[in-house]
Design a protein around this ligand. Structure first.
Ligand code: ZN
Length: 265
């Protein structure tokens, strides 16, 4: 399996026309970055001539310090950007084939760990036998010479080592740990987690969606790139995702693989 199979695209475009929004809290607060200045993009409220407040995501550098420090003046209507990001997550990222990829990768890691175990266990057992032999010899030395401090210290360090080795050997034989890695069981658990997450992509659950799904999955902030074309103004967004959160707590160790999410070429 190559790294490429872990790549997921998250992209979209957003037509830059104002949309009426009253919703709080802001789904993407603290999760957005301006591609022009690398500064944060924050939610802001504007009251129009008809006195209806509208919410936008705007580059903070541009808003507070002007064109000289960041020329990105494009305001993204909050409701439309929120919806576009969630739709891209649902369609392009949290898909059944992602679950398959993650299961495949976890099983691969497990196989590598087993291979390592196969060589590690005999070594641990041989270390344990040697440590036990040393403890016997120090005990005999004390019987002959009395409880000299150097002998007592040598026994103390060997006893500590013996405890560590016994613990490591015990963990290698833990079958509950092995069961948690069964592919079908893993697939079921990961899919259930994905389903729970998709259930949060609805109105009124912005805060849970941000804290339980977006923040754990995003390896860094979503980058917003303003584009002005004859067809209109829009934002491209791209994000780097880490899938640790998909397996955290299920198998005790997250897959550190990071997925690059790129805009269309
Ligand atoms: Zn900026």
């Amino acid at each position: 399996m190559t790294r490429n199979q872990y790549k997921r695209k998250l992209d979209g475009k957003l037509v830059g026309q104002p949309a009426y929004v009253t919703r709080k809290p802001y789904l993407l607060s603290t999760l957005l970055e301006c591609a022009v200045c690398s500064g944060p993009v924050w939610a802001t409220k504007r009251t129009g001539t008809r006195a209806q407040p509208r919410y936008y995501y705007v580059c903070t550098t541009h808003r507070t310090r002007g064109d000289r420090l960041c020329g990105n003046a494009l305001a993204a209507p909050m409701e439309r950007l929120d919806a576009a990001v969630l739709a891209a997550m649902a369609r392009q990222v949290l898909t059944p084939d992602l679950v398959d990829d993650v299961v495949h990768r976890v099983v691969e890691l497990r196989t590598a760990a087993r291979t390592h175990q196969a060589t590690a266990r005999p070594r641990l057992e041989s270390d344990l036998r040697r440590t036990q032999g040393e403890l016997r010899r120090y005990a005999e030395a004390i019987a002959i010479s009395g409880p000299l401090p150097a002998l007592l210290e040598a026994i103390r360090t060997r006893e500590q080592r013996r405890g560590e080795l016994e613990e490591q050997i015990r963990r290698h034989g833990d079958s509950a740990w092995a069961d948690a890695w069964q592919p079908d069981e893993l697939r079921r658990k990961i899919q259930a987690r994905v389903d729970d997450w998709l259930g949060l992509f609805t109105r009124g659950q912005e805060e849970q969606a941000r804290e339980m799904v977006l923040r754990p999955l995003l390896a860094r902030r979503i980058v917003l790139t303003p584009r002005v074309t004859p067809a209109g103004r829009f934002y491209k967004f791209d994000a780097l995702l880490s899938f640790d959160a998909l397996v955290t707590g299920l198998i005790g160790a997250g897959d550190r693989r990071v997925v690059t999410v790129v805009p269309p070429g």
